[in-house]
Design a protein around this ligand. Structure first.
Ligand SMILES: [Ca+2]
Length: 502
């Protein structure tokens, strides 16, 4: 049977089960044979008292053992773009999300009598630092929150322990994305673990933003209703993008200061492969695989995206960005926060950036559109800049590693994610049920798969679609030229998981 390496976040399902936990009965309980009326009563009760899904998290038992590590230091290494994964400031800062991270760390320190030493370095330095540390053989870092793409390319170097062998880690807990971790487990080996501690993964989730004041001026339908009715598709986006441009200064050309319908950058193009449900590579249980990239779907996606970003007056696409504390705001966000675009591509973390928090107009955080109305679900992915959990092969006390990582993930899920929601959605009264549900929809529809995480800049995930669109290439001929090398690369990664010597 084909194992499509799809890793859908199933948070919603988990939350539902947590929220209704009190009315659940074991299957051997006589009550499970109760007549329908009782079941209905329970259902009604649950419905009548909707549980705040974010608050309900507090009651989930982490089932961690009582441990005293006698003041041991637990050192982490991460990349400075992973802004909220660890409390590297070591004190309260007044930033609600960071303070929630700090509070989590203090709680874990106290509970297990450890001391965190969070090392955070530049994104282009952390991989070398980690490599040098591992090669030295010293137990220097107990956890490496490696930038996902860079860390995945290290997997075949024997730098990481298999998380499946680490004690205490409980993959069944809601702070782990079960489907993602299943997808990243090949032949029983899981070197890249994804848990809620990776707040950066939440932040780096690709989404779109829509200016609701401008949408209102343009008499556009309510975007939440458009999404919920399944009509937020490529055609709808294209329609807006091609009709909502205003040549503000009336000079007849697309200039700075004009109002654009769709502001983006070419780096956001690859997301459409996932958003439009187009496969890149499928892997079978026996380790054989099939490259799908370059097929008819790819060609169709490329054609649509070319039309959207290259031959459409309403699109402003460039790769410029502006730095701010905690990240970079790219073209979409720059135009958008100045009120100069209707729709922009971006990351969820943009919503907690100063530019968005200070923006005048109300806006909606919305998913990438679907390919068409036939596609059932919205999908997105997280940019590979986020920090994924890697267990350094040099770690001696794997039980402490498992305990602390488990505690950090539980704490992140219970307290940090809710704080993120509060910050991202608190502006302009938008913290209503609709906007919470929309953010849930986006975060729950993330796909993290082999094709992306193991791309290593050598597969088709990171740049394939972008290259085709930018160079006006024909999908099939682009693949014909590159397939042999890409196939060899994917094979080498899979061989590692199957212990086949290269
Ligand atoms: Ca103009």
């Amino acid at each position: 049977m084909k194992k499509r390496l799809l890793a859908l976040f199933l948070l919603t399902a988990l939350l539902v089960s947590c929220g209704s936990g009190t009315s659940e009965v074991p299957s051997d309980d006589p009550a499970s044979d109760a007549p329908d009326a009782v079941t209905e009563e329970i259902a009604e009760e649950t419905e009548a008292e909707p549980v705040d899904s974010l608050l309900a998290r507090q009651n989930v038992d982490d089932e961690l053992p009582s441990k005293n590590y006698n003041g041991a230091t637990f050192t982490t290494l991460s990349c400075n773009e992973n802004i909220y994964d660890t409390s590297y400031y070591g004190e309260m800062t007044g930033n609600a999300i960071h303070d929630a991270v700090y509070a989590r760390d203090c709680e874990v320190e106290e509970r297990f009598n450890i001391k965190f030493d969070h090392r955070m370095v530049m994104w282009n330095e952390h991989a070398n630092m980690f490599t040098n540390s591992v090669l030295s053989g010293l137990d220097e870092y107990q956890l490496y929150l490696g930038q996902a793409i860079s860390a995945s390319s290290m997997v075949p170097n024997d730098y990481f322990l298999n998380w499946k062998d680490i004690p205490v880690i409980n993959y069944e807990k809601p702070w782990y994305s079960q489907a993602s971790n299943d997808a990243l487990t090949i032949n029983g080996k899981n070197y890249l673990l994804l848990g809620s501690m990776s707040i950066s993964c939440l932040g780096y989730t690709y989404c779109m933003f829509m200016n609701l004041a401008q949408a209102n001026n343009l008499n556009l339908p309510n975007i939440y209703e458009t999404v919920n009715s399944g009509k937020w598709t490529y055609d709808t986006l294209y329609e807006y993008a091609s009709t909502c441009y205003t040549d503000s200064n009336g000079d007849g050309t697309m200039t700075d200061g004009d109002f654009y319908a769709y502001a983006t950058r070419s780096g956001d193009i690859p997301t459409f492969m996932w958003a439009f449900d187009a496969d890149i590579v499928t892997i079978n249980d026996d380790g054989t695989f099939e490259i799908k990239f370059g097929d008819e779907r790819t060609a169709s996606v490329a054609e649509k995206i070319s039309a959207l970003v290259k031959s459409n007056n309403g699109t402003s696409m460039n790769d410029n960005g502006e730095s701010y504390t905690g990240g970079i705001l790219f073209n979409g966000g720059m135009q958008f926060t100045r009120g100069l675009s209707l729709i922009a591509t971006g990351f969820v973390k943009d919503a907690v950036s100063p530019a968005y928090l200070e923006m005048e107009d109300p806006y909606a955080i919305i998913p990438y559109p679907k390919f068409d109305e036939i596609q059932q679900e919205h999908y997105t992915m997280s940019d590979g800049s986020f920090g994924i959990h890697c267990a350094p092969v040099t770690v001696q006390d794997t039980e402490m590693l498992g305990t602390i990582v488990e505690a950090c993930n539980a704490g992140a899920w219970k307290n940090i994610e809710p704080s993120y929601y509060d910050t991202a959605l608190k502006f302009r009264g938008a913290r209503d049920e609709e906007s919470v549900a929309m953010l849930d929809l986006i975060l729950n529809s993330r796909i993290l798969d082999f094709a992306y995480l193991h791309d290593g800049f050598q597969g088709y995930g990171l740049s394939g679609l972008q290259t085709i669109v930018n160079t006006n290439a024909e999908a099939a001929s682009y693949v014909a030229k590159t397939r042999t090398a890409v196939e060899r690369y994917y094979q080498s990664v899979i061989d590692y998981y199957f212990d086949i010597e290269g």
